[in-house]
Design a protein around this ligand. Structure first.
Ligand code: MG
Length: 275
């Protein structure tokens, strides 16, 4: 795969079946993908072998498996806080068990890393939940390492500085970030290009997504097609070049009525900017 090849997050097709979704990507000329999120029941050896063979037939290497959990909601800030990631005590054991299965599945699928939203990292590092989260992420990173995989954390539910401090504290060689510039804006947390500078040494993959800042307290901002939001996509791609990023440019489009059209226009834009 060439540096900065345009890829697509599989769920962006709005087709739930991962086999059909991958076929759709092939039909529109996409040649790499991030997989997921898939229902936990999908993580079987049989499905890993079948999906691996299907992607190989299509010539679409999987670059990451994104793990989600039952019961997660991204409806608004309060819903994200209450349901997403690894900070909800009563769900942690179940979610770690799902992650262990996802790690095994990812290794068998032949993707190089597992990614997830861990939830809102507490801004105060003396919060006991912070130390617990560090322990949990170390455990997951080490399980990934034992399976020959990297672990990447989705950005945007904290500032770039907060995420950098968190990663330095976790201190594991196989941990990085999936940098999503729009999330910084959608969650009202940080300026994406500056945050990319702050986190540059940790960037292992990116989501190409755009959006506008929240206008009401407690609500998320709105996702837009690439180039129509407030990320400044030309500056984002220029900054990725500056930091020497050579991985795929993975389009994530989870809103709108014409997602395939938005993906194709986004691909054109990214390829022009990439040069
Ligand atoms: Mg994302």
């Amino acid at each position: 795969m060439r540096p900065m090849e345009v890829g697509v997050f599989l769920c962006s097709t709005a087709i739930e079946d991962p086999f059909e979704s991958a076929t759709k990507l092939h039909e529109i000329g996409i040649n790499n993908t991030q997989i997921g999120p898939l229902p936990p029941g999908f993580y079987t050896d049989e499905n890993a072998a079948k999906l691996k063979a299907h992607l190989a037939d299509l010539g679409i290497p999987p670059t990451t498996l994104f793990v989600g959990f039952p019961g997660e909601s991204y409806a608004n800030m309060a819903a994200v806080k209450a349901t997403v990631g690894l900070l909800i005590p009563e769900t942690i054991a179940e979610r770690k068990a799902i992650l262990r299965r996802a790690i095994d599945f990812t290794a068998k699928l032949g993707a190089p890393r597992v990614a997830l939203h861990i939830g809102f990292v507490p801004a105060d590092s003396s919060d006991p939940a912070y130390a617990k989260l560090i322990d949990d992420i170390r455990e997951i990173a080490d399980a990934c390492s034992a399976a020959g995989l990297g672990l990447s954390l989705e950005t945007g539910q904290e500032t770039g500085e907060e995420m950098r401090h968190f990663l330095e504290t976790v201190d594991r060689p196989n941990i990085g970030i999936n940098f999503d510039p729009a999330n910084m804006i959608l969650y009202g947390k940080d300026k994406p290009i500056e945050a990319l500078e702050t986190l540059r040494r940790y960037v292992v993959s990116v989501h190409c997504k755009d959006g506008i800042w929240p206008t009401r307290e407690g609500e998320l901002g709105s996702e837009t097609p690439l180039g129509q939001g407030q990320v400044d996509i030309p500056a984002f791609v220029a900054k990725l070049k500056e930091i020497g990023y050579a991985g795929p440019l993975t389009i994530e489009r989870e809103a709108g009525d014409d997602r395939i059209g938005d993906i194709l226009r986004g691909k054109d834009l990214l390829e022009r900017l990439r040069g």
